[in-house]
Design a protein around this ligand. Structure first.
Ligand code: DGL
Length: 270
């Protein structure tokens, strides 16, 4: 049986998942969270399926041993490529971002949608697959942005060369005249200020808001909301805690002091 007082695990390859975590934490402060930034394996976006499966399985096994009640896949790439393969292997709730967001997009009155995402997400066509489960008469134009994750992680979005890369990707997708553009990688919402220099900000959709609402609705429906007054945040990274800590401060305004995760040390201690 899943117990409501257990923690919620949330992960991504690095800083990106914080765009989801920020939304979740602001709406649900009474949960205990364990954020796992897999900085050692960053970036996920150009890895093959077998490698992503290995990486995600390792993280899910860690969360299983931590006895969480739910895992939030704050990562489009693993939601796209490995969710189907691991979804039935665990006894906790699993919330993948793309699958939880697709229904919302399909319910809106759009017939031309653009998607920016990592190379692996685009290659899987997951956004097309899941949106078309609910709405078939929609045109979806996909564009991979292989440099954007690095730009966010290195906090180098103001470099001229990167500004030009971002602008060029944007121009490519705008050729298809999309009504809205989905930021289909959790790192990308952190580029919104830059993106909106070239096109009106409200063309972009960050799936995080809708995703987080879906998570909260499901936890509520399953009577899994923690009833304590205030929860705790624990943050682990698989490498470079110092730079994660420094750069995370640019994106979130609450304390997430990361610790380096050492599997042996952690599980021997508890
Ligand atoms: N932020 C993740 C995603 O949403 C992974 C990006 C990466 O590491 O390439 O896809």
């Amino acid at each position: 049986m899943i117990e409501k007082n257990k923690s919620i695990g949330i992960y991504d390859s690095g800083l990106g998942g914080l765009s989801v975590f920020k939304e979740l934490f602001n709406k649900l402060k009474n949960e205990n969270y364990i954020y796992f930034g897999d900085t050692k394996n960053l970036p996920y976006g150009d890895k093959k399926e077998d490698e992503l499966l290995k990486i995600a399985t390792n993280i899910f096994n860690i969360f299983e041993r931590m006895n969480v009640k739910a895992v939030v896949m704050a990562c489009n790439t693993t939601s796209a490529v490995v969710y189907d393969k691991i979804k039935d292997r665990y006894n906790f709730k699993i919330y993948p971002i793309i699958q939880n967001f697709a229904k919302y997009i399909a319910s809106q009155n759009y017939d031309r949608i653009g998607v920016f995402a990592t190379h692996s997400t685009i290659k899987s066509h997951a956004y097309i697959k899941y949106i078309k489960l609910y709405k078939n008469d929609i045109n979806i134009f996909e564009h991979a942005c292989p440099n954007w994750v690095k730009i966010v992680e290195e906090n180098s979005f103001n470099d001229e060369i990167n500004q030009n890369l971002i602008k060029k990707d944007l121009e490519e997708l705008l050729k298809f005249k999309p009504q809205k553009i989905i930021l289909g990688c959790t790192h990308y919402p952190f580029l919104l200020d830059n993106l909106s220099k070239y096109v009106q900000r409200d063309i972009f959709i960050d799936p995080a808001k809708c995703f987080v609402n879906e998570i909260i609705n499901d936890l509520t429906k399953c009577d899994l909301i923690n009833e304590q007054e205030k929860g705790e945040i624990t943050c682990y990274v698989s490498s470079s805690p110092k730079s994660f800590s420094k750069n995370s401060k640019i994106f979130v305004d609450f304390d997430i002091t990361p610790k380096l995760f050492n599997e042996q040390e952690y599980f021997v201690k508890i």
